[in-house]
Design a protein around this ligand. Structure first.
Ligand code: PHB
Length: 395
């Protein structure tokens, strides 16, 4: 009788645990067998569209490979980082400590990335950067567990100066948001433009994500440079393009920039964007089967035209699937996983690229011109451009 009651009550305890989802060994094993992937991206604010495009790209690449990572199912987690640097450490810590993610995919904003970088270095969690170009992430603060699939902030603008001077545009005004991405994009522009013989007559800036451009556009009109070069992105870029045209500058002073200026904004900017010249590691019109197929599939899946952010997300998904295949889903096998990520060749819509020793893409930079709501490729502005990786001791 006693024995029987004991058995019954044990049975009831197990049923109770099952109904509340607790502690059944099979359930626990099934759950822990999933790979935990966390997105830390902006889903609100001026970079909201960028976050969505990146997430779409990641999911598309993984779905194309059967929706699993090294044979394991995925459990997804998401945090809106709001492009807010002050909350960077806290948001990354939430994903790593509360949600216990195996991989953190993020982020867009360079200042927020500095928070992720700290958490990634302290915790050792795998971090894939699908956009933020902050130099330190793959220079002095590089880490064995941090890999970037996008660019460094000076990579696109290192290819910008020469074609401007070749067009006879020898005196330029530079304008940007004053934070790491704008400042480091300027470094690349300054180096390439002055080396080609150009002179920067004025540097203008405003705080991120401010879009009160009027006074600065008036100043540009009075400075009368041969050209304006800039870094802006997202919703702020669309407004800058429209305000530049509305101020009457579009047909007087050619507008050039790092290609983010015209990514994902061509519908919002309309004809005001026509003729803008940029340098970037992607172009809508790249005439390769890989790019055409990607654009078709993305448009079908999301009812949206893809942009460079979608491509970077897609490449993040490709990199992660390749790495996880190499270790057959054993993400704890870090040495083999990192080796696979380091030696991967990514067959990207932008063209094939490889990882530098500091874990940043070595890639072609294209010269583009906006025509009829498309970033049309004009040529290759820099072949297999690598960031210096200065101060990184990996590899
Ligand atoms: C950045 O903050 O690193 C950043 C943000 C948006 C871009 C490019 C770089 O389009």
């Amino acid at each position: 009788m006693t024995t029987r009651r004991l058995v019954l009550s044990r049975g009831a305890a197990i049923v109770g645990a099952a109904s509340t989802g607790l502690l059944l060994p099979e359930i626990a094993r099934a759950q822990s067998n999933k790979v935990r992937v966390g997105f830390m991206l902006p889903y609100t604010g001026t970079f909201a569209q960028l976050g969505v495009a990146i997430e779409n790209g990641v999911r598309m690449a993984i779905n194309e490979k059967g929706g699993k990572l090294g044979g394991r199912e995925i459990e997804w987690f998401k945090v809106d980082d709001e492009s807010e640097p002050a909350k960077g450490v806290e948001n990354a810590t939430r994903l790593v400590q509360r949600d216990k993610v195996d991989v953190l995919i993020g982020t867009v904003h360079s200042g927020v990335q500095m928070g992720i970088q700290r958490v990634a270095r302290d915790s050792g969690v795998l971090n894939l950067i699908p956009n933020a170009g902050v130099h330190a992430a793959t220079r002095a603060l590089c880490a064995p567990n941090v890999f970037r699939t996008s660019f460094t902030n000076s990579q696109p603008t290192l290819a910008l100066g020469k074609p401007m001077v070749e067009k006879g545009l020898k005196k330029a005004v530079w304008i940007t948001w004053k934070y790491a991405a704008g400042d480091e994009a300027f470094e690349g522009f300054k180096e390439s433009y002055t080396k080609a013989g150009g002179t920067i007559i004025k540097e203008l800036g405003l705080p991120f994500p401010n879009v009160e451009f009027q006074a600065l556009l008036t100043e540009i009109a009075s400075l009368k440079p041969d050209a304006v070069a800039c870094f802006f992105a997202g919703g702020g870029a669309a407004k800058f393009i429209r305000d530049y045209a509305a101020a009457g500058l579009k047909d007087k002073i050619p507008l050039w920039g790092s290609g983010f200026l015209t990514e994902g904004v061509l519908d919002a900017a309309g004809p005001a964007a026509d003729g803008i010249m940029t340098t970037m590691h992607y172009s809508d019109s790249l005439d390769t089967p890989r790019n055409k197929q990607f654009r078709l599939e993305y448009a079908k899946s999301f009812r949206l035209q893809p942009d460079v952010y979608a491509v970077q997300g897609y490449d993040t998904g490709l990199l992660l699937t390749q790495g996880m295949e190499a270790v057959k889903g054993d993400i704890a096998n870090k040495q083999s996983l990192y080796k696979a990520l380091e030696s991967a060749t990514i067959d990207s819509p932008r063209g094939k690229w490889t990882m530098s020793k500091a874990h940043n893409p070595v890639q072609d930079i294209y010269l583009r011109r906006v025509e009829n709501k498309e970033n049309k490729v004009i040529g290759v502005a820099a072949k297999a451009l690598a960031d210096s990786g200065a101060g990184c001791k990996l590899g």
